[in-house]
Design a protein. Structure first.
Length: 241
């Protein structure tokens, strides 16, 4: 579904992304983890199209999209849930969803998708609420719903559970699994190891702008090199807990 080859991005003398090759299959769910400065956020921005690489390529379903603008990637079926909430506080919950759909689907289909998405988010009773009246977790879910509503082929999530309670995190994982079960490929970049464990997807560790190791979360957590070279003693303790 998405294939990255030898991707590079430099900022001055710093190689934020350094010859990264990585891929995700159709219907697959993947996670990328790493501390600040590991390069994962820059990598995400390259996938979204907000940054352009200095070298390397990005292909989506066999089509080279390396130089395509974000809106053109969206038209191909790539949806994004950014790290920021990405919602409009002074509009209603329903209106936020309608903005994502009104130019892409017919009115009857738009109404159906809004109702379906609100039900999936557990926000059906709050469709007429102003978004600013929602809790933080509900705003996060609405942002996720705005990406889900267009029925994407690939869903890119940047810290989708930031600021959520454990119960909200668990519910978010259930939402993502439901989307993935419908055939959507999902990539989540996260700091929250509780989320990563619950999602139980193949996980890639970034280190110094490169892919350090890829495996199951159990393999990642038990990897001595990850603990020694990447996380250190304090980081290893955080990873275990």
């Amino acid at each position: 579904m998405l294939e990255v080859r030898d991707l590079c991005k430099r900022f001055g003398g710093v190689r934020a992304v350094d010859e990264v090759s990585w891929s995700i299959a159709a219907g697959e769910t993947r996670c990328i983890i790493g501390p600040n400065g590991a390069g994962k956020s820059t990598f995400f921005q390259l996938l979204v199209g907000r940054l352009r690489p200095d070298a390397g390529s990005i292909a989506f379903d066999g089509l080279n999209i390396t130089r395509r603008h974000p809106f053109k990637r969206a038209r191909l079926g790539i949806a994004v849930k950014p790290q920021t909430l990405g919602v409009f506080g002074d509009l209603t919950v329903e209106h936020n969803l309608r903005l994502c759909l009104q130019r892409t689907v017919s009115e009857p289909d738009c109404t159906y998708r809004i109702e379906e998405t609100l039900h999936a988010l557990g926000l059906a009773q709050k469709s007429a609420f102003l978004t600013k009246e929602l809790s933080h977790g509900e705003k996060q879910w609405l942002g996720l719903g705005m990406a889900m509503a267009i029925s994407p082929r690939l869903l890119l999530l940047d810290e989708p559970t930031a600021g959520m309670s454990p119960a909200e995190t668990e519910r978010t994982v259930d939402m993502i699994r439901t989307v993935a079960a419908g055939g959507t490929s999902v990539l989540a970049i996260e700091h929250d190891m509780a989320f990563v464990r619950l999602l139980a997807a193949t996980t890639t560790v970034f280190h110094n702008g490169r892919v350090f190791v890829t495996g199951t979360i159990a393999e990642i957590e038990s990897n001595a090199e990850v603990q020694r070279l990447y996380l250190g003693q304090r980081g290893a303790a955080r990873l275990r807990h």
